[in-house]
Design a protein around this ligand. Structure first.
Ligand code: ZN
Length: 838
């Protein structure tokens, strides 16, 4: 058995249809579903051992087939109102049409070609009018034969997760074309992560998702610190000439690949794992999620001595030298096992001197949405996939497929199909994606799974089928137009936005900056199309699906509106008149009310719903949480409030006291308290009056690329005698250090750009907390603004200092006043950095 052969087989989707005369027409009561007698299950097992990737021994084959037969019976019942009985082969009644699920004796005796099936492949044979065959070489194959049968003859579609997501047409009888179908998936392993809910998992499985290779971060488990930290420090990386054994709980390290015993110990642990888990097909040799790598002389001697396209050291040779040695020895004992690894960070390029063992499946990590633009980014994927294909007989693709947190449907249907075909032609046999689905993307994940099963399928035929089945004939055209528009926006506008980058291996999914190039017109047009979808959906299930999709659009629309309105406040000068300041407050309150409603919609309506549920919590991705969107407009009034404008202050006070949205109350309350000076202020030398040579006492400077300088100055001062001057800073910060206790804090700082500055210039204020040894425990999100020019203005960040983070006591804090993208000579002064305890 060689992998290469299997590789070739995977690439061919055989769909042979031999048409015999006529079709069979059956009802639920004409047929019985026949499953093998228990005594036959051994034959299945012996066939499995021949099946290449599969080493899976199924302990309870009878029960397993019963479950698949039950799914078949259930849908017969849903469609025709009658469920066929499920019987063991030895109990088949006479006079019924038999639907065989799995390897019954009849199937083994009469169906040819079964021994050639591998993995998820199956045969459906309906040419004999009395015996219909649904059989795979493995349990998975049989299961997929059942799903294919249901889609093909009972016309079922699993469009979206949950009961509303499946389309089940009613019929009195089922017409079954006489034919023989053999299917083998293009990619033998098809897996998406972030599909957490049971109903979503079920949906994905019915659409043929089946991951088969473990490849994730795993050194923490292979070389547990608890077991080896003290006894074998040499297993851990050398840094600056010293072995550094990480502390227990730390995952930011990788092993020393060259140390004595590091192969033996891996072999021993992996063999123990397979002994305890005989059904496991693979073991992960994936690096930890860290770019910390060993610097010992032996490791370095293995390396290619160059940088990767990520501009990190190219270390794949040291890795594969170790991995090949480990795998060869494990295979002596377990010849059918496979080993996944992450082609990531320093291992993102293939080794230069080593051919990779065919039982190792490297997963090349890259954001394949980038195929939408003929760009350097796309060329990088093409080049390195081809290079990996030369080094690795079996290759995996790891994609950053994200649905959530994207706040506009990031669909790229046609380019996706194009890149999958390229993958098929370049040794890629396994697919994985970080999906975290957002079903506002409609058919995206469904189509991906269909194309991974059969990469030569017609994208437009599949999409048209999905639209029509989802919302009905009349609405389908509008739904198609809706997604075509989004596909176009993501293919043409967004790749030209500042959000896009050609560097790195994935795009910044955690930043919604791409929203800035989507126009009001785009939102209006797609919104109108979605309205038409809802208005034209006909049946109850179609209406439910249309309304769910419309709900996802509501989320996209409100996110776009709020985000762009919030951005506008950054580019706005402070109002000088009371009425203008009140206008800004009103605008801010209105936006914050809407932001609150958006947040609640996701928390209360989306969470827990099979279709609407967002796989990444809105609380987790801070840039998308959005509850502060609009607050920038409130702060526009602060200048007048702090100079004692009675009407502005009164308005803020009333908001602080009785507004219904907590975020509004909190911001307004805080503004009032600062304006009136009634908050507890912590002394941090924030007026920069106390000096330590050229710096304010308690502060250090950080200047990236050596561009520009930071100094104390008396030229522009808000209070006291000195302020901090940043001059021509491309990126730099003044960092204040202090002891801290847990609680809510506000960091406020005044700044002044006396002259005009670059349009890209940004001022930000942020903080980190540390433990007493100076180890960073948590970094807070920065508040970033485009600076106002010609006067002193404010920037404020509110943070919550926890008692503990990463299981350690928080004792210290660092404050960052930062400037970015100032051109040479451009000046910004900072004064009155204040830390308030709330
Ligand atoms: Zn080393």
């Amino acid at each position: 058995m060689t992998l290469r052969t299997h590789g070739i087989i995977f690439y061919i989707l055989i769909s042979l249809s031999t048409f015999a005369a006529g079709a069979i027409t059956i009802t639920g009561s004409d047929a019985v579903i026949v499953i093998p007698d228990k005594a036959n299950s051994w034959i299945r097992q012996s066939e499995n051992t021949h099946a290449g990737y599969t080493g899976v021994i199924e302990a309870s084959v009878g029960a397993d087939e019963k479950a698949k037969a039950a799914i078949l019976a259930e849908y017969f019942g849903k469609v025709t109102g009658q469920k066929p009985a499920i019987v063991n082969e030895s109990d088949v009644p006479t006079g019924k049409i038999k639907i065989h699920v799995g390897m019954t004796c009849y199937v083994k005796k009469n169906v040819t070609g079964l021994s050639e099936l591998i993995d998820d492949a199956f045969i459906i044979d309906t040419t004999n009018g009395q015996n219909i065959i649904l059989a795979g070489a493995t349990s998975w194959g049989t299961e997929f034969a059942v799903y294919e049968f249901l889609e093909r003859y009972l016309d079922i579609r699993w469009l979206l997760p949950g009961p509303d997501g499946e389309d089940v047409p009613k019929a009195k009888t089922i017409a079954i074309q006489a034919e023989r179908i053999t299917q083998t998936p293009t990619f033998f392993s098809r897996l998406y992560s972030g599909i957490i809910r049971g109903d979503q998992m079920k949906w994905a499985r019915r659409n043929r998702m089946h991951g088969q290779i473990n490849f994730h971060h795993n050194f923490v488990n292979l070389f547990p610190l608890k077991k080896y930290g003290k006894k074998h420090p040499e297993f851990y990386p050398e840094k600056d000439g010293k072995r550094v054994v990480p502390e227990i709980g730390d995952i930011r390290w990788n092993i020393c690949f060259s140390s004595q015993g590091v192969i033996d110990e891996a072999v021993k642990n992996i063999c123990e794992y397979f002994k305890a888990n005989p059904a496991a097909k693979s073991y992960s040799l994936g690096m930890n999620d860290s770019s910390l790598q060993c610097e010992c002389a032996k490791c370095i001697a293995c390396d290619a001595g160059k940088k990767t396209f990520l501009n990190e050291n190219h270390l794949s040779d040291r890795y594969f030298k170790w991995a090949n040695a480990v795998v060869e020895r494990v295979l002596e004992k377990y010849p059918d096992k496979y080993f996944g690894m992450l082609a990531y960070h320093q291992f993102i390029e293939p080794p230069t001197k080593i051919k990779i063992n065919e039982h190792i499946v490297p997963y090349f990590t890259y954001d394949r949405y980038r195929w939408v633009k003929d760009s350097a980014a796309r060329q990088t994927d093409i080049k390195f996939t081809a290079e990996w294909a030369k080094a690795a007989p079996n290759l995996g693709w790891y994609d950053y497929f994200y649905g959530t947190p994207y706040a506009a449907p990031r669909v790229h249907f046609h380019k996706m199909a194009e890149c999958y075909r390229f993958a098929r032609d370049n040794n890629v046999s396994a697919m994985y994606g970080e999906a975290y689905p957002n079903f506002g993307e409609g058919p995206k994940l469904w189509l991906a799974l269909k194309m991974q099963w059969d990469v030569d399928a017609d994208v437009d035929v599949l999409l048209d089928d999905w639209y029509r089945r989802c919302v009905g004939e009349k609405a389908a055209g509008y739904l198609k137009e809706y997604f075509t528009m989004w596909e176009d926006i993501w293919a043409t506008k967004i790749p030209d936005s500042p959000w896009w980058s050609d560097g790195g291996h994935y795009l910044a999914f955690y930043l919604p900056k791409y929203l800035e190039v989507i126009t009001a017109d785009d939102i209006d047009k797609t919104g109108e199309l979605m309205e038409k979808v809802v208005a034209n959906a006909k049946t109850e299930p179609q209406k439910k699906r249309a309304e769910a999709l419309a709900k996802t659009f509501e989320y996209y629309q409100s996110t776009w509106e709020l985000y762009t309105a919030d951005q506008k406040s950054l580019n706005l000068g402070d109002p000088k008149k009371t009425t203008e300041a009140i206008g800004c407050i009103d605008r801010g309150v209105d936006l914050m009310e809407k932001a609150d409603a958006r947040y609640k919609m996701v928390k209360e309506e989306f969470e827990g719903d099979a279709i609407l549920h967002q796989a990444i919590s809105i609380d987790k991705m801070k840039e998308y949480t959005g509850t502060e969107w609009g607050s920038g407009w409130l702060w526009k009034s602060f200048d007048l409030a702090s100079s004692g404008d009675a009407r502005v202050l009164a308005r803020l006070k009333s908001l602080a006291k009785e507004h219904s949205v907590a975020g509004v109350r909190k911001q307004a309350d805080f503004m009032v308290k600062i304006a009136e000076g009634s908050l507890e202020k912590i002394d941090i030398n924030g007026s920069f009056e106390k000096r330590d040579k050229s710096r304010p006492e308690g502060y250090t400077y950080w200047i990236k690329w050596g561009k520009g300088k930071i100094s104390l100055s008396k030229d522009e001062v808000l209070e006291g005698e000195t302020a901090l001057l940043f001059e021509g800073i491309a990126r730099g910060a003044a960092i204040g250090k202090l002891d801290i206790e847990p609680g809510s804090y506000a960091i406020a700082c005044s700044y002044n750009c006396p002259e005009k500055v670059s349009k890209d210039a940004i001022v930000s204020i942020s903080a980190k907390v540390l433990d007493k040894e100076g180890k960073e425990l948590k970094k807070f999100d920065a508040v970033k603004i485009k600076p106002t020019e010609g006067k002193w203005s404010y920037i404020v960040n509110i943070i919550e200092v926890p008692e503990k983070a990463k299981m350690r006591d928080v004792t210290n804090m660092q404050l960052f006043i930062q400037a970015d993208k100032f051109e040479p000579g451009e000046k910004i002064y900072f004064d009155q950095l204040k830390l308030y305890k709330l």
